[in-house]
Design a protein around this ligand. Sequence first.
Ligand SMILES: O=c1ccn([C@@H]2O[C@H](COP(=O)(O)O)[C@@H](O)[C@H]2O)c(=O)[nH]1
Length: 274
Amino acid sequence: MNREKLIDLIKSRGSFLCVGLDPDLDKIPLHLHEYEDPIFEFNAAIIDATRDHCVAYKPNLAFYESMGLFGWQSLQKTIEYIGESHFTIADAKRGDIGNTATKYAEAFFKNMAFDSVTVAPYMGSDSVKPFLEFEDKWVVLLALTSNPGADDFQLEIMDGGVEKLYQKVIRTSCTWGSPNNMMYVIGATRPEYIKEIRAMVPEHFFLVPGVGAQGGSLADVAENGLNSDVGLLVNASRSIIYAGRDEYFAEAAGSEAKRISAEMKLILQKKGLI
Ligand SMILES: O=c1ccn([C@@H]2O[C@H](COP(=O)(O)O)[C@@H](O)[C@H]2O)c(=O)[nH]1
């Protein structure tokens, strides 16, 4: 999906919600275990219940890879089930030398029809650029993550006090691609940094995980991160997909997605963006 289509989708729906598909066999309702592929059944029900309220889906690969071949099959079926109506993010956090990175890119962009993949910047430009060679596909680069451990390296002051590591990552990497094929992961748990990052990269989209289960605030993220194209995809995984744990789990997920998306619509209306 290209940038124009993504912006149209967000503005026409009045939502910048990304639903995280992180299914865990230990958490999904018991009655689904009777199906041949309980993970796919779970995802399909969540997708049916949330598709009108969100613009993107983000399966985190760990939840599929942990189940081996069956997990990959569930992922493939899930991505086909979503189709082209929503922006899709393979949250795989890949990164390796160039020829290997190309194979990762082929896995998510050719073999599976994802629109984007999360990539770690640690190995530098040759590990990221192969992902940028695919038309209408996106790199979502880890910049300032939502977890407490982000303090260990990302907030470390570099180069004799000039800038922090996440700032160097953004300043350097923003020339590798463009706002048409690169986004940044910025955690919702760090709203105090979002305004400054928005000033550094005014046009890029941010994928913002960390609202819901991790306690980040949608209002704070929007206040600091919106741009004239909206420029945000805010992800919630557990707070939506496990909003209910019984046979009405999908309805509960749909209600939670609807609630967040209504809050987003109000924000966008107040800002004059829709
Ligand atoms: O900085 C990051 C990068 C990725 N994630 C991923 O997003 C979801 C968040 O799930 P919740 O249940 O809404 O907390 C999950 O897949 C993480 O691995 C992140 O949280 N922070």
